[in-house]
Each structure stands twice: as structure tokens, then as C-alpha cells.
Design a protein. Structure first.
Ligand code: FNR
Length: 370
């Protein structure tokens, strides 16, 4: 259909299933084991209801905000997801161009299918890009990577800490292919595949290489601080205790995430973790920026998290799907849909600016459990 007919992120998703190769769909959509973590990420949003305020002036309503001090037109960013070229020949550059048009920030994956220089080259002057780091076991290789992305102008590091081994994503493992030569971009053999399937034999298994499995708060954070001045966010924090440790370690932020349910099955939905942190340690929100990703698909989803104190919400799959269907225009359209949904939700809530979104505006109600 023409892009103008796309009304919601769900439309991109259904269309992506039609246009993507079997393997690409399996890789993008899959999640771990029973897929419960992924399903529950989205369902968590449906347990939170709004208490709107009326009779408040909202004609001039702005969803603009800052993330780590960088301007963003929305409290939304692109979470780094690997292998955009699987869905579209221009790959991550589509997301870069679409993000620029929509005024939001793209976090570029360590496993991007374009080089970090190619992604940077697709950016407009002044456009903000963040970098998602998988830390190599060999410190010197990690230093080299950090130097590279610093010199290319990436503005922050999101260190992923929830992917020390590959999640068991069965759809992806079953869909046959061989991933070759990441240096030159992936090449695909759709036929065949090994006779015996290893449980981490999917794309995730091929991508997880020599990631450092011995990172610690005490050692890794000071070490990273010693090699770079870029702001540091820990991606994959999943409980209150680790949020406290991240704040104590002086991190600039945490991204509460279970990797879109692709790693540990039955890991807590990020929105629920955010809610728990808000209830028990509201002071943490003043010490560092807290973001979530996983399962957010609507403007109201974003607004719920912002009410609970998140500085911004990340999305992974929706941008992969949008670029697979329509390239950069699809990404820009996805952002404009979310913009419109977020502004509507803010107006209905009586919020003219991001700071007007407060915890009292959302309530967790589990009707089923009552
Ligand atoms: C990811 N994610 C991810 N995270 C990361 O730190 N490095 C990576 O290379 C990838 N790669 C990746 C590939 C694909 C296909 C997906 C779907 C996800 C996780 C990603 O950053 C983010 O946490 C989730 O995608 C958020 O969940 P939603 O928005 O996809 O539900």
C-alpha cells in the first residue's frame, strides 16, 4: 500500500511479515524460548491506565525534550538493533535519514550491517548519533572501537550488558542460513543449514563473538570512564538493585531493557521494572537519566513511561520493520505517527510539555487479577 495508508506501527509490522525474507522475519521478530518475555513486554503497557486532567491549556503542546543534553523532538529514540540490511539494501542509513527527518536520535548497533563510518556519513551535519557497545573481551579492541566511534562523532555510549551469551530464539535458529564475513557486511545462504541445530545456532549465536563475560560495576565502569569522556549509559539493567549500583558507579543513565525479550525468557517487562524503581527509589531519577525499551508500540505507551519518570523510550523492531517496507520514508512516517499519538495523549492528559507528565497521571490496575 502507499505509505499514506499506514496508520500505526502495527501496520508496518504486518506488512513487514509479507515483504521480508523468511530468515529476516525470523531474526527480527524472534524472542527467547517460550517468547513470554517479549509478549509480556507489550502486555505490561495494558496494565497501566491514565488519570487525565482536564481544563488545562494545551493548545501549545510540545513533546520536545533532551536526551543526555541532546535535543530530541520526542521522548523517543531508536534502540540499536543489528543487521538492518537484512530488511532493505540501504540498511541502517534508512534509519539515520528517517531519524533526522523526525528529529529523534538513533543508537547505532555494534552489529550494524553498515560500517560505523557509513552510518555516520548518512547523518546530516549536527545530527546526533549514539553508539551501542558490545565490549570485546580484549580491552585493547574495545579501546580501538571506542576511539573509532569517537572520531566519527558519535555522542554517547550505550554499553549492552544483557547479551553475554546468545538467547535461544527458536524461530531464528530453525530458519536456515550462514552468516559470513561481518567485515564486508553479511552474506546469506538461505538453503541448507547444519543437520544438528545448536540451540544458539541462530543469528544471535553467529553475532555473539568474544563479548566480555566478566564485566563488573567495580572494574568495567571506571575503566570505560578512563578511556572516554563520552556519556555512558548501561543498556540492559533489569532490577532496582542494579539501577542503584549504576547510579553509585556514576553512570549517566540506564536503559532498562530485556533486549526485546530476546535474551532471558520471563525477564521482567521493562515498564514494570520502571514502575518498581519509581515506587521504591524515586530519588534515582534525579541522579541519572532512566530510559526503557521493549514492547512500546504506541504514543500512549511512550507517555506512560514518561509519566513514571523515564526520560525517553526506545524502540527496536518498529524501525527495522518500517525501513524494510519503505526505507527512510517509512522510518520518518513511523516517527510522525508516534509524534501525533504522543501529542494527542498529552493533550488528553492536560499536559502541554513533557514536565507536565507526572506519576499521578498513571495507575497500575490489573483488572484480571482482581
Ligand atoms: C536487537 N537488540 C539489540 N540490542 C543491542 O544492544 N545490540 C544489538 O545489536 C541488538 N540487536 C537487535 C536486533 C534485533 C533484530 C532486535 C529486534 C533487537 C535489542 C534492541 O536494542 C532493543 O532492546 C529491543 O529491540 C527493544 O524491544 P522492541 O522495541 O523491539 O520490542
Amino acid at each position: 500500500p502507499p505509505l499514506g495508508r499506514i496508520l500505526s506501527l502495527a501496520d508496518f509490522e504486518s506488512l513487514a511479515q509479507l515483504v521480508l525474507s523468511h530468515k529476516a522475519w525470523a531474526y527480527y521478530s524472534s524472542s527467547a524460548d517460550t517468547t513470554s518475555a517479549n509478549v509480556e513486554n507489550a502486555r505490561a503497557f495494558s496494565r497501566f491506565f491514565f488519570n487525565p486532567r482536564v481544563m488545562r491549556p494545551v493548545r501549545d503542546c510540545s513533546p520536545a525534550t533532551k536526551i543526555l543534553g541532546f535535543d530530541s523532538s520526542l521522548p523517543l529514540f531508536v534502540s540499536g538493533a543489528a543487521l538492518a540490511k537484512l530488511g532493505h539494501p540501504l540498511g541502517e542509513a534508512n534509519i539515520t535519514r528517517g531519524a533526522h527527518k523526525g528529529g529523534i536520535i538513533q543508537m547505532v548497533s555494534s552489529n550494524a550491517s553498515l560500517s560505523f563510518a557509513e552510518v555516520a556519513a548518512a547523518a546530516e551535519p549536527g545530527q546526533t548519533l549514539f553508539f551501542q557497545l558490545y565490549k570485546h573481551t580484549d580491552d585493547s579492541l574495545a579501546v580501538k572501537r571506542v576511539r573509532e566511534i569517537e572520531s566519527l562523532g558519535y555522542k554517547a555510549i550505550f554499553l549492552t550488558v544483557d547479551a553475554l551469551t546468545a538467547g535461544k530464539r527458536e524461530c531464528d535458529v530453525r530458519a536456515p542460513w550462514v552468516l559470513e564475513d561481518m567485515e564486508n557486511g553479511p552474506a546469506y545462504h538461505v538453503e541448507g543449514g547444519p543437520a544438528d541445530i545448536a540451540d544458539d545456532g541462530g543469528t544471535a549465536g553467529a553475532l555473539v563473538g568474544a563479548d566480555d563475560q566478566n564485566m563488573t560495576w567495580e572494574k568495567t565502569i571506571p575503566w570505560l570512564r578512563s578511556i572516554t569522556k563520552l556519556p555512558l549509559v548501561i543498556k540492559g539493567v533489569q532490577c532496582l538493585e542494579d539501577a542503584v549500583l549504576a547510579a553509585e558507579a556514576g553512570c549517566d543513565g540506564i536503559l532498562i531493557s530485556n533486549h526485546g525479550g530476546r535474551q532471558l525468557d520471563y525477564s521482567m517487562p521493562p515498564l514494570e521494572t520502571l514502575y518498581r524503581i519509581r515506587k521504591r527509589r524515586p530519588d534515582l531519577f534525579d541522579k541519572m537519566e532512566i530510559y526503557i525499551d521493549g514492547g512500546a508500540r504506541r504514543g500512549t505507551d511512550v507517555v506512560k513511561a514518561i509519566c513514571l519518570g523515564a526520560k525517553a523510550v526506545g524502540m527496536g523492531r518498529p524501525f527495522l520493520y518500517a525501513q524494510s517496507c519503505y526505507g527512510a520514508d517509512g522510518v520518518a512516517k513511523a516517527i510522525s505517527i508516534l509524534d501525533s499519538e504522543i501529542v494527542k495523549a498529552m493533550k488528553f492528559l492536560g499536559a502541554a510539555k513533557i514536565e507536565d507528565l507526572v506519576p499521578e497521571m498513571v495507575e497500575r490496575v490489573d483488572w484480571q487479577a482482581k
